[in-house]
Design a protein around this ligand. Sequence first.
Ligand SMILES: [Ca+2]
Ligand SMILES: [Ca+2]
Ligand SMILES: [Ca+2]
Ligand SMILES: [Ca+2]
Length: 518
Amino acid sequence: VLGAAAIVLGVAVAAPDAPAPPRADGPRTWIYFSDKGPDPAAALETLASTAHPRTVERRRLRRTRGGLFDEQDLPVAAAYRAAVAATGASIHVTSRWLNAVSARLDDAQRAAIERLPFVAGLEPVRRGRRGGAPVSVGSGAAGPAAALGFYGVSLAQLEQINLPALHQSGATGAGVIIGVLDTGFERTHMAFNHPGHPLVVVAEYDFIDGDANAGVDPSDPPNQHVHGTLVLGAMGAYMPGVIVGAAYDASYILCKTEDTTGEYPAEEDNYVAGLEFIEQQGGDVATSSLGYIDWYTQGDLDGVTAVTSVAVNVATQNGVHCCTAAGNSSHDADPATSHLIAPADALQVITCGAISIEGEVPGFTSDGPTADGRVKPEVLATGVDALTVNPSDPAGVTDASGTSMATPLVAGAVACLVEAVPSRTVDRMRAALFATGDYYVANGTSDPLFVHGYGVFDALAAAACGPSDVNCDGAVNVQDLTQVVLAWGPCPASCAEDLNGNGAVDVGDLVMVILAWN
Ligand SMILES: [Ca+2]
Ligand SMILES: [Ca+2]
Ligand SMILES: [Ca+2]
Ligand SMILES: [Ca+2]
């Protein structure tokens, strides 16, 4: 069965450069609306009282937009949605953040919708593949050896980011919710059903089939659960002595947003709907091991163009720490060329590249920067022969490779950091990880070739980084002051020196350092 699984995953790379034949059911179209309907102010009133308490709590702690809710959070106007449906178009997803619906349209429906006075525009729904090279899956032979200790076979990949030390300090992801955007998730594995410590799933949805089971339905194609299960195992497994995930005490929101049957496993409307679901269900962290590039060029990856990146920008502004894979489209020694997949270019996403346990960067891991020159990837974790649950053997483990595997390890570490420092904003979470990256610590800068980013971070050190400790060395002193002065000026995306997150390194940040001097 694993052989078959490898074939399914291989579909992602069967013909990366060939023109894409249309699927039998054809692509969908985004229909954007001009406003949120007749009385948005009244609708806004009811939002705060009807929102999930975890969503409200997270926004209070970490939201960087004004207030707790705004027009972005309002649902799409029901009358607008009904008018689109009245043309006969079948609506697939509805996005409040984009103020749009996606639907498959024939020419007559398209013409009728274009004439509606409240329709602002139509755009194709972009689709994509899992970023180039395959996520390889091992033989399943990586069985547990005797006397491996609590972490079993996961020890080395967790130690690489110094995560067991953070766990031992008491931060294991307890009380933190991680949302996962992937294929289906098979949860019969023993590591998800440990007596007294089962995997906790607080919400799930299947955006492909429109049902409430993101696991395995009888009608699902075989192996539709493989990729998602590999990813979930890296975070949520709990089988002491055999395999233990990066955030084994966290709770999960599972979103099946990737199809496995067509040539395009990733459709951006499902991703956007899944991310909104995670935010609305109180997620603290969102992680995606997928990407979209077929319709976009590297020049589009400026953080504000690709629809999935736009959605990630909204999520991070609402305090959701978002992690995503850089892609498996390779890298080169030319700093002017990039091989990223959206939403790796989003403004405050944590973009994850792959490295081996031995510290070697594999050929497949994608390089940055973004089109507007921002460092990507930012951090690295084990993405070569990473160990996780075997989706085809409820007692077994297997190895898998790809930035798909590095990403959930990073997301798990971030979830533990959220438990340790719940009020830390997305900006500062990024800064804390970057400041402890091994490339950054060794060189005082990120990798100029945009392959390592800041490098392999140190989860325990990142937890210790106080709000005014720019360089995360445990003290606030002249070095932090110097770093602020050297970075003086606008910082529209995210930088370690923008301590108060106001988009600039300025006197406010200087004051924060001086007040915290110790
Ligand atoms: Ca289903
Ligand atoms: Ca390059
Ligand atoms: Ca310092
Ligand atoms: Ca500032």
